[in-house]
Design a protein around this ligand. Structure first.
Ligand SMILES: Nc1ncnc2c1ncn2[C@@H]1O[C@H](COP(=O)(O)OP(=O)(O)OP(=O)(O)O)[C@@H](O)[C@H]1O
Length: 594
Protein backbone atom coordinates (compact mmCIF):
# COMPACT_ATOMS: atom_id res chain seq x y z
CA UNK A 1 0.00 0.00 0.00
CA UNK A 2 1.38 3.41 -0.92
CA UNK A 3 1.89 5.86 1.93
CA UNK A 4 -0.68 8.26 0.57
CA UNK A 5 -3.31 5.54 0.34
CA UNK A 6 -2.92 5.01 4.11
CA UNK A 7 -4.49 8.43 4.66
CA UNK A 8 -7.21 7.80 2.04
CA UNK A 9 -10.17 8.93 4.15
CA UNK A 10 -8.38 12.16 5.06
CA UNK A 11 -7.72 12.80 1.35
CA UNK A 12 -11.38 12.26 0.54
CA UNK A 13 -12.37 14.84 3.19
CA UNK A 14 -9.85 17.31 1.73
CA UNK A 15 -11.14 16.78 -1.79
CA UNK A 16 -14.79 17.18 -0.74
CA UNK A 17 -14.08 20.26 1.40
CA UNK A 18 -12.22 22.13 -1.32
CA UNK A 19 -14.57 21.08 -4.09
CA UNK A 20 -17.45 22.48 -2.03
CA UNK A 21 -15.98 25.97 -2.08
CA UNK A 22 -14.22 25.92 -5.44
CA UNK A 23 -15.93 25.50 -8.73
CA UNK A 24 -13.46 22.86 -9.97
CA UNK A 25 -13.11 19.13 -9.73
CA UNK A 26 -10.35 17.66 -7.61
CA UNK A 27 -8.27 14.51 -8.08
CA UNK A 28 -5.52 13.12 -5.86
CA UNK A 29 -3.19 10.38 -7.16
CA UNK A 30 -0.31 8.56 -5.56
CA UNK A 31 3.19 8.27 -7.01
CA UNK A 32 2.14 5.16 -8.94
CA UNK A 33 -0.40 7.38 -10.72
CA UNK A 34 -3.32 5.55 -9.19
CA UNK A 35 -6.20 7.85 -8.45
CA UNK A 36 -6.88 7.63 -4.72
CA UNK A 37 -9.76 10.02 -4.44
CA UNK A 38 -11.57 12.65 -6.47
CA UNK A 39 -14.73 14.59 -6.95
CA UNK A 40 -17.34 14.55 -9.69
CA UNK A 41 -16.23 12.35 -12.50
CA UNK A 42 -12.79 11.95 -10.97
CA UNK A 43 -13.71 9.37 -8.41
CA UNK A 44 -11.64 6.24 -7.98
CA UNK A 45 -13.26 4.49 -10.95
CA UNK A 46 -11.85 7.11 -13.32
CA UNK A 47 -8.32 6.02 -12.62
CA UNK A 48 -6.81 7.02 -15.88
CA UNK A 49 -8.58 10.28 -16.47
CA UNK A 50 -6.94 12.68 -14.05
CA UNK A 51 -4.40 14.41 -16.19
CA UNK A 52 -2.15 11.37 -16.18
CA UNK A 53 0.32 12.83 -18.61
CA UNK A 54 0.87 15.88 -16.38
CA UNK A 55 1.13 13.86 -13.21
CA UNK A 56 3.52 11.39 -14.80
CA UNK A 57 5.79 14.23 -15.82
CA UNK A 58 5.53 16.04 -12.48
CA UNK A 59 6.27 12.90 -10.47
CA UNK A 60 9.20 11.88 -12.64
CA UNK A 61 12.71 12.36 -11.24
CA UNK A 62 13.56 14.76 -14.02
CA UNK A 63 10.81 17.31 -13.28
CA UNK A 64 12.26 20.23 -11.34
CA UNK A 65 9.01 22.15 -11.05
CA UNK A 66 6.46 21.40 -8.33
CA UNK A 67 3.32 22.71 -10.07
CA UNK A 68 2.09 22.57 -13.66
CA UNK A 69 -0.66 24.44 -15.46
CA UNK A 70 -2.21 23.22 -18.69
CA UNK A 71 -4.70 25.71 -20.08
CA UNK A 72 -5.94 23.59 -22.98
CA UNK A 73 -5.67 19.81 -22.93
CA UNK A 74 -6.57 19.46 -26.59
CA UNK A 75 -3.30 21.08 -27.62
CA UNK A 76 -1.11 20.14 -24.65
CA UNK A 77 2.03 18.11 -25.17
CA UNK A 78 1.28 16.24 -21.91
CA UNK A 79 -2.07 14.95 -23.19
CA UNK A 80 -1.05 14.21 -26.75
CA UNK A 81 -0.18 10.55 -26.17
CA UNK A 82 -2.67 9.88 -23.37
CA UNK A 83 -4.68 6.67 -24.01
CA UNK A 84 -7.75 8.19 -22.36
CA UNK A 85 -7.60 11.33 -24.44
CA UNK A 86 -10.88 10.51 -26.20
CA UNK A 87 -12.94 10.08 -23.04
CA UNK A 88 -11.18 12.49 -20.68
CA UNK A 89 -13.41 15.42 -19.70
CA UNK A 90 -10.47 17.60 -18.61
CA UNK A 91 -10.30 20.96 -20.39
CA UNK A 92 -7.62 22.60 -18.24
CA UNK A 93 -5.77 21.57 -15.07
CA UNK A 94 -3.32 22.63 -12.35
CA UNK A 95 -1.32 19.73 -10.90
CA UNK A 96 0.91 20.09 -7.81
CA UNK A 97 3.37 17.62 -6.47
CA UNK A 98 2.89 16.23 -2.93
CA UNK A 99 6.45 16.02 -1.52
CA UNK A 100 7.29 14.57 1.83
CA UNK A 101 10.90 14.58 3.08
CA UNK A 102 12.16 15.25 -0.45
CA UNK A 103 10.21 12.25 -1.75
CA UNK A 104 7.49 12.67 -4.39
CA UNK A 105 4.49 10.92 -2.86
CA UNK A 106 1.71 11.89 -5.28
CA UNK A 107 -0.10 14.69 -7.11
CA UNK A 108 -2.98 17.02 -6.27
CA UNK A 109 -4.99 18.25 -9.30
CA UNK A 110 -7.51 21.05 -9.76
CA UNK A 111 -9.48 20.28 -12.93
CA UNK A 112 -11.70 22.39 -15.17
CA UNK A 113 -14.22 20.26 -17.04
CA UNK A 114 -16.11 22.93 -18.96
CA UNK A 115 -15.22 26.08 -20.81
CA UNK A 116 -16.40 28.40 -18.06
CA UNK A 117 -14.18 26.69 -15.51
CA UNK A 118 -11.36 26.69 -18.03
CA UNK A 119 -11.74 30.42 -18.52
CA UNK A 120 -11.74 31.27 -14.81
CA UNK A 121 -8.79 28.98 -14.28
CA UNK A 122 -6.83 30.84 -16.95
CA UNK A 123 -7.80 34.17 -15.41
CA UNK A 124 -6.87 33.14 -11.83
CA UNK A 125 -3.93 31.02 -12.82
CA UNK A 126 -1.31 32.28 -10.38
CA UNK A 127 -3.61 32.36 -7.29
CA UNK A 128 -4.90 28.88 -8.13
CA UNK A 129 -1.41 27.51 -8.67
CA UNK A 130 -0.29 28.82 -5.32
CA UNK A 131 -3.50 27.50 -3.69
CA UNK A 132 -2.99 24.07 -5.29
CA UNK A 133 0.62 23.91 -4.07
CA UNK A 134 -0.48 24.88 -0.56
CA UNK A 135 -3.04 22.09 -0.49
CA UNK A 136 -0.36 19.64 -1.76
CA UNK A 137 1.95 20.83 1.01
CA UNK A 138 -0.81 20.48 3.59
CA UNK A 139 -1.40 16.88 2.47
CA UNK A 140 2.38 16.28 2.63
CA UNK A 141 2.63 17.62 6.18
CA UNK A 142 -0.29 15.45 7.30
CA UNK A 143 1.43 12.48 5.71
CA UNK A 144 4.70 13.45 7.47
CA UNK A 145 2.93 13.65 10.81
CA UNK A 146 1.38 10.25 10.26
CA UNK A 147 4.76 8.78 9.37
CA UNK A 148 6.25 10.33 12.48
CA UNK A 149 3.40 8.99 14.62
CA UNK A 150 3.93 5.54 13.08
CA UNK A 151 7.64 5.74 13.77
CA UNK A 152 7.01 6.88 17.32
CA UNK A 153 4.61 4.01 17.81
CA UNK A 154 7.22 1.54 16.55
CA UNK A 155 9.79 3.15 18.83
CA UNK A 156 7.40 3.13 21.77
CA UNK A 157 6.60 -0.56 21.12
CA UNK A 158 10.32 -1.38 20.95
CA UNK A 159 10.99 0.67 24.05
CA UNK A 160 8.16 -1.08 25.88
CA UNK A 161 9.56 -4.46 24.78
CA UNK A 162 13.00 -3.48 26.12
CA UNK A 163 11.60 -2.11 29.37
CA UNK A 164 9.56 -5.27 29.82
CA UNK A 165 12.50 -7.54 29.15
CA UNK A 166 14.82 -6.10 31.80
CA UNK A 167 15.02 -7.78 35.17
CA UNK A 168 14.78 -4.48 37.00
CA UNK A 169 11.36 -3.31 38.04
CA UNK A 170 10.59 0.07 36.49
CA UNK A 171 7.79 2.42 37.45
CA UNK A 172 7.34 5.85 35.88
CA UNK A 173 5.40 8.63 37.53
CA UNK A 174 4.39 12.06 36.34
CA UNK A 175 5.15 15.31 38.17
CA UNK A 176 2.12 14.77 40.42
CA UNK A 177 3.32 11.36 41.50
CA UNK A 178 0.73 9.51 39.41
CA UNK A 179 1.90 6.15 38.03
CA UNK A 180 2.10 6.24 34.25
CA UNK A 181 4.04 3.04 33.45
CA UNK A 182 4.78 -0.23 35.21
CA UNK A 183 6.98 -2.79 33.51
CA UNK A 184 6.60 -6.55 33.67
CA UNK A 185 9.36 -7.07 36.26
CA UNK A 186 7.87 -4.40 38.56
CA UNK A 187 4.54 -6.22 38.43
CA UNK A 188 6.22 -9.52 39.27
CA UNK A 189 8.53 -8.15 41.97
CA UNK A 190 5.79 -6.25 43.79
CA UNK A 191 2.94 -8.64 42.94
CA UNK A 192 0.82 -5.88 41.38
CA UNK A 193 -1.07 -5.47 38.12
CA UNK A 194 -2.03 -2.93 35.48
CA UNK A 195 -4.79 -1.57 37.74
CA UNK A 196 -2.16 0.49 39.57
CA UNK A 197 -1.77 2.76 36.54
CA UNK A 198 -3.24 6.16 37.34
CA UNK A 199 -2.85 5.64 41.09
CA UNK A 200 -0.70 7.78 43.34
CA UNK A 201 2.77 6.31 43.92
CA UNK A 202 2.17 6.72 47.66
CA UNK A 203 -0.39 3.94 47.45
CA UNK A 204 2.37 1.60 46.37
CA UNK A 205 5.32 2.47 48.55
CA UNK A 206 5.13 3.25 52.22
CA UNK A 207 4.41 6.94 52.46
CA UNK A 208 7.20 8.08 54.70
CA UNK A 209 9.89 6.60 52.50
CA UNK A 210 9.32 7.47 48.87
CA UNK A 211 7.31 10.61 49.39
CA UNK A 212 10.08 12.13 51.45
CA UNK A 213 12.80 11.15 48.98
CA UNK A 214 10.92 12.46 45.95
CA UNK A 215 10.21 15.71 47.71
CA UNK A 216 13.91 16.14 48.50
CA UNK A 217 14.92 15.22 44.98
CA UNK A 218 12.49 17.66 43.43
CA UNK A 219 13.66 20.45 45.71
CA UNK A 220 17.35 19.81 45.17
CA UNK A 221 17.13 18.35 41.65
CA UNK A 222 19.37 15.33 42.21
CA UNK A 223 19.06 11.66 41.31
CA UNK A 224 18.90 8.84 43.76
CA UNK A 225 21.37 6.04 43.14
CA UNK A 226 21.31 2.51 44.49
CA UNK A 227 19.70 3.21 47.79
CA UNK A 228 17.78 0.89 50.03
CA UNK A 229 14.04 1.55 50.26
CA UNK A 230 11.75 -0.61 52.31
CA UNK A 231 8.71 -1.72 50.31
CA UNK A 232 5.83 -2.02 52.73
CA UNK A 233 2.41 -2.84 51.46
CA UNK A 234 -0.39 -4.56 53.26
CA UNK A 235 1.30 -7.53 54.90
CA UNK A 236 4.33 -7.56 52.60
CA UNK A 237 7.62 -5.89 53.44
CA UNK A 238 11.04 -6.29 51.86
CA UNK A 239 14.03 -4.08 51.04
CA UNK A 240 14.52 -2.86 47.49
CA UNK A 241 17.65 -1.40 45.95
CA UNK A 242 16.37 1.66 44.09
CA UNK A 243 17.51 4.20 41.55
CA UNK A 244 15.28 7.21 41.08
CA UNK A 245 15.86 9.46 38.10
CA UNK A 246 14.02 12.70 37.57
CA UNK A 247 12.60 13.30 34.10
CA UNK A 248 13.36 16.84 32.99
CA UNK A 249 11.48 18.49 30.18
CA UNK A 250 12.71 21.96 29.26
CA UNK A 251 14.01 22.50 32.77
CA UNK A 252 10.69 21.44 34.25
CA UNK A 253 10.41 18.25 36.26
CA UNK A 254 8.01 16.14 34.22
CA UNK A 255 8.15 13.12 36.50
CA UNK A 256 10.51 10.39 37.62
CA UNK A 257 11.42 6.78 36.91
CA UNK A 258 11.96 4.43 39.79
CA UNK A 259 13.95 1.33 38.93
CA UNK A 260 14.53 -1.32 41.54
CA UNK A 261 15.49 -4.88 42.35
CA UNK A 262 14.98 -6.93 45.45
CA UNK A 263 18.00 -6.46 47.68
CA UNK A 264 18.29 -10.20 48.31
CA UNK A 265 18.50 -10.89 44.60
CA UNK A 266 21.03 -8.12 44.17
CA UNK A 267 23.16 -9.63 46.90
CA UNK A 268 23.09 -12.97 45.12
CA UNK A 269 23.90 -11.33 41.80
CA UNK A 270 26.69 -9.23 43.26
CA UNK A 271 28.15 -12.31 44.80
CA UNK A 272 27.91 -14.28 41.63
CA UNK A 273 29.90 -11.52 39.94
CA UNK A 274 32.34 -11.36 42.81
CA UNK A 275 32.74 -15.14 42.87
CA UNK A 276 35.78 -15.53 40.68
CA UNK A 277 34.65 -18.28 38.43
CA UNK A 278 31.31 -19.99 38.67
CA UNK A 279 32.57 -23.04 36.83
CA UNK A 280 35.34 -24.02 39.26
CA UNK A 281 34.63 -27.37 40.87
CA UNK A 282 36.82 -30.12 42.28
CA UNK A 283 37.11 -31.55 38.77
CA UNK A 284 38.68 -28.32 37.52
CA UNK A 285 41.60 -28.92 39.87
CA UNK A 286 43.97 -31.06 37.86
CA UNK A 287 46.41 -33.45 39.47
CA UNK A 288 46.90 -37.18 39.93
CA UNK A 289 49.64 -37.02 42.56
CA UNK A 290 48.88 -38.68 45.88
CA UNK A 291 48.98 -35.30 47.57
CA UNK A 292 46.26 -33.79 45.35
CA UNK A 293 44.14 -36.94 45.35
CA UNK A 294 44.24 -36.99 49.17
CA UNK A 295 43.38 -33.30 49.46
CA UNK A 296 40.41 -33.83 47.16
CA UNK A 297 39.23 -36.76 49.31
CA UNK A 298 39.55 -34.60 52.43
CA UNK A 299 37.63 -31.75 50.76
CA UNK A 300 34.76 -34.11 49.89
CA UNK A 301 34.57 -35.23 53.52
CA UNK A 302 34.63 -31.78 55.10
CA UNK A 303 32.80 -29.68 52.52
CA UNK A 304 29.33 -30.31 53.91
CA UNK A 305 30.22 -29.29 57.48
CA UNK A 306 30.25 -25.66 58.57
CA UNK A 307 33.69 -25.89 60.13
CA UNK A 308 36.28 -23.25 59.32
CA UNK A 309 38.99 -24.31 56.89
CA UNK A 310 42.52 -22.92 56.68
CA UNK A 311 44.24 -23.56 53.34
CA UNK A 312 47.99 -23.14 53.36
CA UNK A 313 50.36 -23.30 50.43
CA UNK A 314 52.79 -21.23 48.40
CA UNK A 315 51.55 -18.64 45.93
CA UNK A 316 49.97 -20.12 42.82
CA UNK A 317 49.38 -23.60 44.23
CA UNK A 318 45.60 -23.36 43.78
CA UNK A 319 44.38 -22.22 47.21
CA UNK A 320 41.75 -19.99 45.62
CA UNK A 321 40.56 -22.82 43.38
CA UNK A 322 40.23 -25.18 46.32
CA UNK A 323 38.25 -22.58 48.29
CA UNK A 324 35.75 -22.23 45.44
CA UNK A 325 35.57 -25.98 44.94
CA UNK A 326 34.83 -26.51 48.65
CA UNK A 327 31.96 -24.03 48.38
CA UNK A 328 30.62 -25.86 45.31
CA UNK A 329 30.77 -29.19 47.14
CA UNK A 330 29.00 -27.77 50.20
CA UNK A 331 25.30 -27.42 50.97
CA UNK A 332 25.77 -23.69 50.57
CA UNK A 333 26.60 -24.00 46.87
CA UNK A 334 23.44 -22.17 45.75
CA UNK A 335 24.30 -19.17 47.89
CA UNK A 336 27.04 -16.60 47.72
CA UNK A 337 30.77 -17.19 47.60
CA UNK A 338 32.40 -13.90 48.59
CA UNK A 339 36.15 -13.40 48.29
CA UNK A 340 37.97 -10.89 50.47
CA UNK A 341 41.60 -10.25 49.69
CA UNK A 342 42.78 -9.13 53.11
CA UNK A 343 46.07 -7.82 51.68
CA UNK A 344 44.32 -5.58 49.17
CA UNK A 345 42.07 -3.64 51.56
CA UNK A 346 43.59 -0.63 53.32
CA UNK A 347 43.58 -1.09 57.08
CA UNK A 348 41.23 1.82 57.75
CA UNK A 349 38.61 0.40 55.37
CA UNK A 350 38.72 -3.21 56.54
CA UNK A 351 35.98 -2.89 59.12
CA UNK A 352 33.50 -1.16 56.82
CA UNK A 353 34.34 -3.48 53.92
CA UNK A 354 33.84 -6.60 56.00
CA UNK A 355 31.06 -5.52 58.34
CA UNK A 356 29.38 -2.71 56.34
CA UNK A 357 28.30 0.64 57.67
CA UNK A 358 25.18 2.58 58.57
CA UNK A 359 24.04 5.80 56.97
CA UNK A 360 25.94 8.75 58.43
CA UNK A 361 28.62 6.52 60.01
CA UNK A 362 31.32 8.78 58.57
CA UNK A 363 31.68 11.62 56.12
CA UNK A 364 30.95 10.30 52.67
CA UNK A 365 28.96 7.32 53.97
CA UNK A 366 26.25 6.45 51.47
CA UNK A 367 22.62 7.16 52.19
CA UNK A 368 20.96 4.08 53.59
CA UNK A 369 24.33 2.55 54.51
CA UNK A 370 25.99 -0.39 52.83
CA UNK A 371 26.19 -4.08 53.66
CA UNK A 372 29.65 -5.56 54.23
CA UNK A 373 31.15 -8.74 52.78
CA UNK A 374 29.95 -10.84 55.72
CA UNK A 375 26.35 -9.75 55.16
CA UNK A 376 26.71 -10.36 51.44
CA UNK A 377 27.98 -13.86 52.16
CA UNK A 378 25.06 -14.65 54.46
CA UNK A 379 23.96 -18.30 54.01
CA UNK A 380 27.04 -18.78 51.82
CA UNK A 381 30.82 -18.85 52.15
CA UNK A 382 33.31 -16.09 52.80
CA UNK A 383 36.86 -16.68 51.54
CA UNK A 384 39.40 -14.67 53.52
CA UNK A 385 42.38 -14.81 51.17
CA UNK A 386 45.83 -13.70 52.36
CA UNK A 387 44.65 -13.91 55.97
CA UNK A 388 48.29 -13.54 57.09
CA UNK A 389 48.09 -9.91 55.96
CA UNK A 390 45.18 -9.09 58.25
CA UNK A 391 46.39 -6.30 60.57
CA UNK A 392 46.81 -7.51 64.15
CA UNK A 393 44.54 -4.71 65.48
CA UNK A 394 41.67 -5.99 63.36
CA UNK A 395 42.20 -9.65 64.15
CA UNK A 396 40.38 -9.43 67.47
CA UNK A 397 37.27 -7.96 65.78
CA UNK A 398 37.33 -10.75 63.22
CA UNK A 399 37.70 -13.35 65.96
CA UNK A 400 34.71 -11.91 67.84
CA UNK A 401 32.59 -11.90 64.69
CA UNK A 402 33.48 -15.54 63.98
CA UNK A 403 32.86 -16.67 67.54
CA UNK A 404 29.59 -14.79 68.06
CA UNK A 405 28.35 -15.35 64.50
CA UNK A 406 27.29 -11.70 64.60
CA UNK A 407 28.65 -8.51 63.14
CA UNK A 408 28.03 -4.87 63.87
CA UNK A 409 27.97 -2.39 60.99
CA UNK A 410 30.25 0.64 61.48
CA UNK A 411 28.03 3.24 63.14
CA UNK A 412 25.38 0.62 63.86
CA UNK A 413 23.68 -0.13 67.16
CA UNK A 414 21.98 -3.45 66.45
CA UNK A 415 24.18 -6.50 65.86
CA UNK A 416 23.32 -8.52 62.75
CA UNK A 417 23.25 -12.32 62.88
CA UNK A 418 25.27 -13.97 60.13
CA UNK A 419 25.36 -17.54 58.95
CA UNK A 420 28.61 -17.81 57.04
CA UNK A 421 31.12 -20.59 56.37
CA UNK A 422 34.66 -19.30 56.62
CA UNK A 423 37.54 -20.47 54.47
CA UNK A 424 40.85 -18.67 55.03
CA UNK A 425 44.04 -19.01 53.02
CA UNK A 426 47.60 -17.84 53.26
CA UNK A 427 51.03 -18.41 51.80
CA UNK A 428 52.68 -17.08 54.94
CA UNK A 429 54.12 -19.13 57.75
CA UNK A 430 51.34 -18.54 60.29
CA UNK A 431 53.03 -20.66 62.98
CA UNK A 432 56.08 -18.42 62.83
CA UNK A 433 53.86 -15.33 62.86
CA UNK A 434 52.08 -16.63 65.96
CA UNK A 435 55.46 -17.16 67.68
CA UNK A 436 56.58 -13.68 66.67
CA UNK A 437 53.29 -12.23 67.88
CA UNK A 438 52.19 -10.83 64.51
CA UNK A 439 49.24 -13.21 64.24
CA UNK A 440 46.89 -13.87 67.16
CA UNK A 441 47.13 -17.39 68.44
CA UNK A 442 43.40 -17.55 69.31
CA UNK A 443 42.43 -16.50 65.79
CA UNK A 444 44.87 -19.00 64.31
CA UNK A 445 43.23 -21.89 66.21
CA UNK A 446 39.76 -20.56 65.37
CA UNK A 447 40.61 -20.63 61.68
CA UNK A 448 42.73 -23.77 61.62
CA UNK A 449 39.88 -26.14 62.52
CA UNK A 450 40.36 -28.07 59.28
CA UNK A 451 43.85 -27.51 57.89
CA UNK A 452 44.53 -28.14 54.23
CA UNK A 453 48.13 -27.90 53.05
CA UNK A 454 48.79 -27.73 49.34
CA UNK A 455 52.34 -28.81 48.52
CA UNK A 456 54.38 -26.82 46.00
CA UNK A 457 54.46 -28.12 42.45
CA UNK A 458 58.09 -29.28 42.65
CA UNK A 459 57.02 -31.76 45.33
CA UNK A 460 54.49 -33.38 43.02
CA UNK A 461 56.48 -34.09 39.89
CA UNK A 462 53.73 -36.31 38.54
CA UNK A 463 51.40 -33.33 38.23
CA UNK A 464 53.86 -31.21 36.26
CA UNK A 465 53.59 -33.33 33.12
CA UNK A 466 49.81 -33.53 33.41
CA UNK A 467 49.47 -29.78 33.91
CA UNK A 468 51.84 -29.04 31.00
CA UNK A 469 49.57 -30.98 28.64
CA UNK A 470 46.39 -29.66 30.23
CA UNK A 471 47.40 -26.01 29.72
CA UNK A 472 48.85 -26.72 26.27
CA UNK A 473 45.47 -28.04 25.15
CA UNK A 474 43.67 -25.11 26.82
CA UNK A 475 45.77 -22.36 25.24
CA UNK A 476 46.14 -24.03 21.85
CA UNK A 477 42.36 -24.04 21.65
CA UNK A 478 42.00 -20.52 23.03
CA UNK A 479 44.61 -19.11 20.68
CA UNK A 480 43.40 -21.28 17.82
CA UNK A 481 46.72 -22.99 17.22
CA UNK A 482 47.43 -26.54 16.06
CA UNK A 483 49.99 -27.38 18.75
CA UNK A 484 49.57 -30.84 20.17
CA UNK A 485 52.81 -31.63 22.00
CA UNK A 486 56.26 -30.58 23.25
CA UNK A 487 59.57 -31.53 21.66
CA UNK A 488 61.53 -33.93 23.89
CA UNK A 489 64.07 -31.19 24.68
CA UNK A 490 61.44 -28.62 25.62
CA UNK A 491 59.55 -31.12 27.76
CA UNK A 492 62.77 -32.07 29.60
CA UNK A 493 63.51 -28.45 30.41
CA UNK A 494 59.97 -27.87 31.63
CA UNK A 495 60.02 -31.01 33.79
CA UNK A 496 63.37 -30.12 35.32
CA UNK A 497 62.42 -26.56 36.22
CA UNK A 498 61.69 -25.85 39.90
CA UNK A 499 58.45 -23.83 39.34
CA UNK A 500 58.79 -21.40 42.26
CA UNK A 501 55.60 -19.66 41.09
CA UNK A 502 53.82 -23.04 41.01
CA UNK A 503 50.83 -23.65 38.76
CA UNK A 504 50.26 -19.98 38.05
CA UNK A 505 53.81 -19.76 36.68
CA UNK A 506 53.39 -22.99 34.74
CA UNK A 507 50.14 -21.80 33.20
CA UNK A 508 51.64 -18.44 32.21
CA UNK A 509 54.68 -20.18 30.73
CA UNK A 510 52.53 -22.38 28.51
CA UNK A 511 50.38 -19.43 27.43
CA UNK A 512 53.58 -17.57 26.51
CA UNK A 513 55.01 -20.55 24.62
CA UNK A 514 51.79 -21.23 22.69
CA UNK A 515 51.74 -17.57 21.67
CA UNK A 516 55.30 -17.68 20.36
CA UNK A 517 55.37 -21.14 18.82
CA UNK A 518 55.01 -21.34 15.06
CA UNK A 519 55.41 -25.11 14.62
CA UNK A 520 53.11 -27.93 15.74
CA UNK A 521 55.15 -28.68 18.85
CA UNK A 522 56.42 -26.45 21.67
CA UNK A 523 60.15 -26.06 21.08
CA UNK A 524 62.78 -24.65 23.44
CA UNK A 525 62.84 -21.46 21.35
CA UNK A 526 59.38 -20.59 22.68
CA UNK A 527 60.28 -21.12 26.32
CA UNK A 528 61.01 -18.12 28.55
CA UNK A 529 64.67 -17.36 29.28
CA UNK A 530 64.43 -18.08 32.99
CA UNK A 531 63.56 -21.69 32.25
CA UNK A 532 66.44 -22.08 29.79
CA UNK A 533 68.86 -20.31 32.17
CA UNK A 534 67.71 -22.44 35.08
CA UNK A 535 68.76 -25.49 33.15
CA UNK A 536 72.22 -23.96 32.57
CA UNK A 537 72.61 -23.26 36.27
CA UNK A 538 71.70 -26.83 37.08
CA UNK A 539 74.11 -28.15 34.47
CA UNK A 540 76.84 -25.86 35.83
CA UNK A 541 76.27 -27.17 39.34
CA UNK A 542 76.47 -30.76 38.19
CA UNK A 543 79.63 -30.28 36.11
CA UNK A 544 82.79 -32.04 37.43
CA UNK A 545 85.65 -29.49 37.56
CA UNK A 546 89.46 -30.04 37.66
CA UNK A 547 90.93 -29.67 41.20
CA UNK A 548 92.87 -26.52 40.27
CA UNK A 549 89.75 -24.80 39.02
CA UNK A 550 87.83 -25.77 42.18
CA UNK A 551 90.71 -24.39 44.32
CA UNK A 552 90.84 -21.12 42.37
CA UNK A 553 87.06 -20.65 42.61
CA UNK A 554 87.04 -21.39 46.35
CA UNK A 555 89.85 -18.88 47.01
CA UNK A 556 88.02 -16.17 45.00
CA UNK A 557 84.82 -16.93 46.95
CA UNK A 558 86.65 -16.59 50.29
CA UNK A 559 88.37 -13.37 49.24
CA UNK A 560 85.03 -11.93 48.23
CA UNK A 561 83.34 -12.99 51.42
CA UNK A 562 85.88 -11.98 54.07
CA UNK A 563 87.31 -8.54 54.61
CA UNK A 564 90.88 -9.62 55.48
CA UNK A 565 93.17 -12.18 53.85
CA UNK A 566 93.95 -13.44 57.32
CA UNK A 567 90.30 -14.38 57.90
CA UNK A 568 90.00 -15.85 54.39
CA UNK A 569 93.07 -18.04 54.99
CA UNK A 570 91.71 -19.09 58.34
CA UNK A 571 88.40 -20.25 56.89
CA UNK A 572 90.15 -21.93 53.93
CA UNK A 573 92.30 -23.82 56.43
CA UNK A 574 95.63 -22.63 54.99
CA UNK A 575 98.28 -20.21 56.22
CA UNK A 576 98.23 -16.61 55.05
CA UNK A 577 101.57 -17.25 53.23
CA UNK A 578 100.04 -20.20 51.34
CA UNK A 579 97.08 -18.02 50.43
CA UNK A 580 99.41 -15.36 48.95
CA UNK A 581 101.24 -18.07 47.04
CA UNK A 582 98.03 -19.46 45.55
CA UNK A 583 96.82 -15.95 44.63
CA UNK A 584 100.00 -15.53 42.65
CA UNK A 585 99.75 -19.02 41.15
CA UNK A 586 96.23 -18.53 39.87
CA UNK A 587 96.90 -14.97 38.84
CA UNK A 588 94.05 -13.65 40.98
CA UNK A 589 93.67 -9.85 41.05
CA UNK A 590 92.44 -9.17 44.63
CA UNK A 591 91.08 -5.80 43.56
CA UNK A 592 88.96 -7.22 40.74
CA UNK A 593 87.33 -10.36 41.97
CA UNK A 594 84.15 -10.34 39.81
N1 LIG B 1 45.39 -28.04 40.19
C1 LIG B 1 45.15 -27.07 39.29
N2 LIG B 1 44.61 -27.38 38.11
C2 LIG B 1 44.41 -26.43 37.19
N3 LIG B 1 44.70 -25.14 37.36
C3 LIG B 1 45.21 -24.78 38.53
C4 LIG B 1 45.47 -25.71 39.56
N4 LIG B 1 45.99 -25.07 40.61
C5 LIG B 1 46.08 -23.78 40.25
N5 LIG B 1 45.61 -23.59 39.00
C6 LIG B 1 45.62 -22.33 38.26
O1 LIG B 1 46.71 -21.59 38.77
C7 LIG B 1 46.38 -20.25 39.00
C8 LIG B 1 46.59 -19.88 40.44
O2 LIG B 1 45.61 -20.51 41.25
P1 LIG B 1 45.06 -19.86 42.60
O3 LIG B 1 44.79 -18.42 42.40
O4 LIG B 1 43.96 -20.72 43.09
O5 LIG B 1 46.34 -20.01 43.50
P2 LIG B 1 46.60 -19.43 44.95
O6 LIG B 1 47.36 -20.46 45.68
O7 LIG B 1 45.32 -18.98 45.55
O8 LIG B 1 47.53 -18.20 44.61
P3 LIG B 1 47.83 -16.90 45.55
O9 LIG B 1 48.36 -17.37 46.86
O10 LIG B 1 48.86 -16.14 44.78
O11 LIG B 1 46.54 -16.17 45.68
C9 LIG B 1 44.99 -20.07 38.54
O12 LIG B 1 45.04 -19.53 37.25
C10 LIG B 1 44.39 -21.47 38.50
O13 LIG B 1 43.51 -21.54 37.45
Amino acid sequence: MTKLREIGSFLQRVADAFAAVLDYEISIADHELTSLTGTGEFDKEMKSLCGQGMSRYLLSDSAATTSLFVEDTSSSEFCKHCQSKEVCPTKAAIVSCIRCSEQKMGAFSLIAVDEKQQQTMIENKSELMSFSQNVANFIASTLGEKQMRDQMKVMADRFRAVINSVHEGIIAINAKGIITHINRSAKQLLGIGQEKLGEDIDNLFSKIELDKILQEMLEQNYNYFEEEIEYKKENKSFPLLCNITLINNNDQIAGATISFRKLDEMKKLANRIMAEDERITLDSIKGTSNQIVNIKKKVKKVASTDSTILIRGASGTGKGMFAQAIHKESNRCDNSFVTVNCAAIPENLLESELFGYEEGAFTGAKKGGKPGKFELADEGTIFLDEIGDMPIQFQVKLLKAIENKRIMRVGGVEPIDINVRIIAATNQDLDKMVTKGTFREDLFYRLNVIPINIPPLRERQEDISLLLHFFLEKYAELLNKEIKDFTAKAKKKLLNYSWPGNIRELENTIEYAVNLETSHQITIQSLPNRILKYQLQVEEKDRVLPINEVEKKTIIKALKKFETKQRAAEVLGISETTLYRRIKKYNIDSNRLD
